[in-house]
Write a protein that binds this ligand. Structure first.
Ligand code: SF4
Ligand code: SF4
Length: 483
């Protein structure tokens, strides 16, 4: 529907003319009244491309969170912090306490990647991927909207006396909040005990697993409190990442901003005014209660609701969209935009270094098993020789990191003529998370063996068909003269 611009007035977009939402300013936090009490926000509904994209992305993230503990890789859930056995499974990789040093690279890489994203795209994490925002916006606010109606109806209900209707709505809403909190808390616990064991816990009752029950009960209460009551206060006054923003962003960081040059003077009074008709629609949809026209503020979580809200208004008054948009401060003030800056280059290099080192070490060290060869001396000698053969002794140590029995087999790669492997060429089963040491002897004909020879062994594990190769020394007569 296209409405003439003159038909708009600030009041026409005020959700409830009798109790208008508080007017934000830069001197105080909107959600705190002058007497220190809480001012409860009732953000208006908004529709548009960013809202739709955020919802799809948010639901996808929730699906990933719920499904990951169900997806088995190499016999363990895709992501599993196995507290009982002190192991961490991550998409087929297995980490033990002795592998913790690798986490340094992983965490460093992740940290600098987040710095990189923030410097480039501002609070993209907060608005799109932070679990707090995702659960709040795509589960809890949806439930509230379903039961109590739109912002105007919610504001009206909040101000209404405690009638049976209001009590039943609130009981239903908080009942569903508590149910969702319970589910989220149980899924969270399954990341530490596995879905299978969680199901066992639930069947055996809370007293049989009092600690696990206590953790879930505590987490449920925290989630219910945060999403049912505390809400945007966490982002506005508690989140440390929000406070880090000003150190990570600059005038070229893409943020959500208001094009002051185009919008001001606001008010739709006559032809001399800008495109902003001061309808306050962008303010009414804001989940943290700020006015984006006051500039970039700490409370802005980058949810893009104000972009969709303003674009909707612009379409209706037949003006170009983008009065509120994703842009840098330089872009909004028509200065030259710079995409690549020194800090972007620095964060990219450091992030890639960290992630690269982590992936390199993790894929080598944190596989589904480890197999270590070591050369053994026999009767104090590095090898034993008789008239016809030379024997070398080795020890093989297998560590099975999976939750299922794995069978190993050792074979020689391009073996020299006459090689006999005694003890190594059989199937070696290793129980789940078990460790097995085996000795084996490599025997070669004495003729032609002089000094040091290289032998390459291939270790194959089933199930999975993983293969690794290791090269060892085979020592013969005069090895010390022939290094
Ligand atoms: S910026 Fe857009 S949504 Fe906000 S008051 Fe102005 S016209 Fe309305
Ligand atoms: S100002 Fe806009 S982007 Fe920022 S929190 Fe409010 S609605 Fe979301």
């Amino acid at each position: 529907m296209i409405i003439p611009r003159q038909a708009y007035s600030p009041q026409s977009f005020t959700p409830m003319a009798s109790t208008p939402p508080k007017k934000p300013n830069l001197d105080s936090v909107t959600t705190i009244n002058t007497d220190g009490s809480r001012y409860f926000l009732h953000p208006a509904d908004v529709h548009g491309k960013w809202t739709l994209a955020r919802r799809i992305f948010g639901l996808l993230l929730i699906a990933i969170y719920v499904l990951l503990p169900w997806i088995p890789i190499n016999g363990a859930p895709a992501v599993f912090f196995d507290v009982e056995h002190r192991q961490f499974y991550f998409f087929g990789l297995n980490f033990r306490p002795q592998d913790l040093w690798m986490m340094f690279f992983g965490i460093t890489g992740l940290g600098f990647s987040l710095f990189f994203i923030t410097s480039l795209l501002g609070r993209l994490w907060c608005g799109w991927a932070c679990p707090y925002t995702v659960f709040l916006d795509h589960i809890y606010r949806r439930i509230e909207r379903m039961i109590e109606g739109d912002a105007q109806a919610r504001r009206k209900l909040a101000a209404a006396p405690w009638t049976a209707g209001k009590i039943s709505k609130r009981v239903l809403k908080h009942g569903l909040y508590a149910l969702c909190a319970t589910i989220i808390a149980h899924v969270f616990l399954s990341y530490f005990v596995s879905m299978e064991r969680l199901y066992g816990f639930m069947n055996e009752g809370p007293l049989a697993h009092a600690t696990a029950f206590g953790i879930v009960a505590f987490l449920t209460c925290v989630l219910w409190f945060c999403f049912g009551y505390f809400r945007e206060q966490f982002c506005v006054i508690m989140c440390p990442y929000g406070r880090l923003q000003s150190a990570l962003t600059d005038d070229d960081t893409v943020i959500i901003g208001y094009d002051e040059g185009r919008g001001e003077p606001r008010g739709a009074k006559d032809k001399t005014t800008g495109d902003c008709i001061d309808c306050r629609r962008c303010v009414n949809v804001c989940p943290t209660g700020i006015d984006i026209r006051n500039g970039l503020q700490l409370e802005c979580i980058g949810c893009a609701a104000c972009i969709d809200a303003c674009d909707d208004i612009m379409r209706k008054i037949q003006k170009p969209t983008g009065l509120v948009r994703y842009d840098s401060l330089n872009g909004l003030s028509k200065k030259k935009r710079r995409f690549i800056r020194p800090r972007i280059i620095a964060y990219t290099i450091l992030g890639l270094l960290g992630m690269g080192a982590f992936l390199f070490t993790a894929t080598r060290k944190a596989g589904p098993y480890t197999a270590r060869f070591s050369k053994m001396a026999m009767a104090g000698q590095p090898y034993l020789a008789d008239q016809e053969t030379v024997k070398n002794f080795y020890q093989l140590r297998f560590l099975n990191k999976r939750n299922e029995t794995v069978t190993f087999r050792v074979t020689a790669v391009d073996p020299p003529p006459g090689l006999i492997l005694s003890g190594g060429d059989q199937d070696i089963p290793v129980s789940p998370r078990g460790e097995v040491a085996r000795q084996f002897v490599a025997i070669l004909p004495l003729k032609g063996i002089e000094g040091r020879t290289s032998l390459t062994f291939r270790i194959t594990s089933e199930p999975g068909g993983h293969q690794t190769e290791q090269t060892l020394n085979f020592l013969g007569p005069n090895a010390h003269q022939n290094p």
